[in-house]
Design a protein around this ligand. Structure first.
Ligand code: GRG
Length: 302
């Protein structure tokens, strides 16, 4: 699936181990409560689906910074809840209107539009509560406060909501490179950036290391959206788990429609290469982070 930097490193195995850890914690945090249907709808889009890429990045960031991944699991799971929330709302008819997500019917197709809106709202409010209630007491309260502030920033008008708002306003319009860059940065890269920063902040990383990991997160987050846009043109419903070609049909500005397929591929390769180099030049020796940068490029080449 991917190429690795260190010969003995098995990326698929490392990812699987982290995924199991994350899934078992999500299962624990998202036990069905009252009202039952609301919790079931919240679980439907969060449990047992998704690559868990963002949460895995948080755990690895903690390991690199000499921290304990256990301290990061609540924030990593909260991030997956926020991500699931954004996908539920993204699929609604008033947004991107998609009947499929992660290879199964979208949340609103199963629970109806009103309950899907509420499930997203509930996940968004519950996620920071998970951070507050489950992050170990040993974590400094100032750090916890900063973490929650950054989480809310990534979720709000300066993060994915802001990115989505500009994206929607730009449909069927010609926009400039600055505006287009804003959409990708906010809508997608913010969550990757937060993923890396969460692990580093909770592990007492130096400012230098925090900056490098932040940059890496921004680069691969941006690259991830380019890859998603390339796949939207090239892949099938089965491969994507959602309806392909919807973005261009909806008059959305995608990396491919904006810059053309050749530049999209070049920029994707340049960004992931520069993310890898950033780690190597700063002596951050993580086969997993390098493997993930490789994976983002490789997944469009399959
Ligand atoms: C946060 C309040 C609030 C609202 C959300 C709808 C919306 C506002 C934002 C849309 C953000 C969005 C859907 C961006 C696309 C990001 C993207 C490429 C998602 C796919 O991520 P994967 O492939 O998904 O990691 P899996 O299924 O593996 O988790």
């Amino acid at each position: 699936m991917v190429s690795f930097i260190s010969e003995n490193f098995d990326l698929a195995r490392a990812v699987e181990q982290d995924k199991q850890l994350i899934n078992s914690h999500l299962e624990n945090y998202l036990k069905v409560g009252q009202p039952k249907t609301l919790w079931k709808a919240m679980r439907y889009s969060t449990i047992s689906c998704g690559k868990r890429l963002r949460a895995i990045l948080s755990l690895e960031s903690a390991r690199i910074c000499g921290g304990n991944p256990e301290n990061v699991l609540p924030a990593a799971c909260a991030l997956e809840m926020l991500h699931a929330q954004s996908l539920i709302h993204d699929d609604l008819p008033c947004m991107d209107d998609d009947d499929f997500r992660r290879g199964k019917p979208s949340n609103h197709k199963v629970y109806g539009e009103a309950m899907a809106v509420l499930a997203g709202d509930a996940l968004l409010a519950y996620a920071p509560q998970v951070i507050i209630e489950h992050t170990p007491d040993s974590v400094d309260k100032k750090v916890l406060f900063q973490l929650i502030n950054e989480f809310l920033h990534a979720a709000g008008p300066g993060g994915i909501v802001g990115g989505q708002a500009v994206d929607i306003q730009s449909e069927n319009k010609t926009i400039g490179t600055g505006e287009f860059d804003y959409i990708i940065t906010r809508k997608t890269a913010e969550l990757f950036k937060f993923a890396l920063r969460a692990g580093a902040l909770l592990s007492g990383a130096s400012n230098e290391k925090l900056d490098v990991l932040t940059e890496y997160g921004k680069k691969i987050g941006y690259a991830f959206q380019i890859a998603d846009d390339i796949l939207d043109v090239e892949a099938t419903l089965q491969e994507l788990g959602k309806t392909p070609g919807k973005d261009s049909k909806a008059g959305k500005n995608t990396y491919v429609s904006f810059y053309g397929p050749d530049k999209a591929m070049r920029d994707l390769e340049d960004l992931t290469r520069s993310a890898r180099e950033l780690l190597i030049n700063n002596n951050i020796n993580s086969s997993l982070l390098i493997g993930i940068a490789d994976y983002i490029t490789q997944k469009v080449k399959k």
